[in-house]
Unconditional design. Structure first.
Length: 79
């Protein structure tokens, strides 16, 4: 990935994130200053936050389809 070349010979999809992270590391006094760039690069590679969000949405959708919304738009007991 750090070569900058993707599978088809063009720029890799995550290379811009790696490049920004690398530039930050070169100029930063502390590694922690570059954590946002690192997180962006990691997300581009692994999509962990995206997948977690999709799972949460699907879980909520399943609950809503079963009528277990937890009061959001559901009926009120006894009234």
């Amino acid at each position: 990935m750090s070569s900058g070349f993707g599978v088809k010979g063009n720029v890799g999809r995550c290379y811009p994130f790696w490049s920004a992270f690398e530039k930050c590391l070169a100029t930063a006094d502390h590694f922690k200053e570059c954590m946002d760039f690192r997180d962006d690069y990691e997300e581009c590679l692994h999509h962990r936050k995206e997948y977690a969000r999709v799972r949460a949405i699907e879980k909520q959708r399943a609950l809503m389809e079963r009528g277990e919304e937890g009061g959001a738009g559901g009926h009120v007991d006894g009234h």
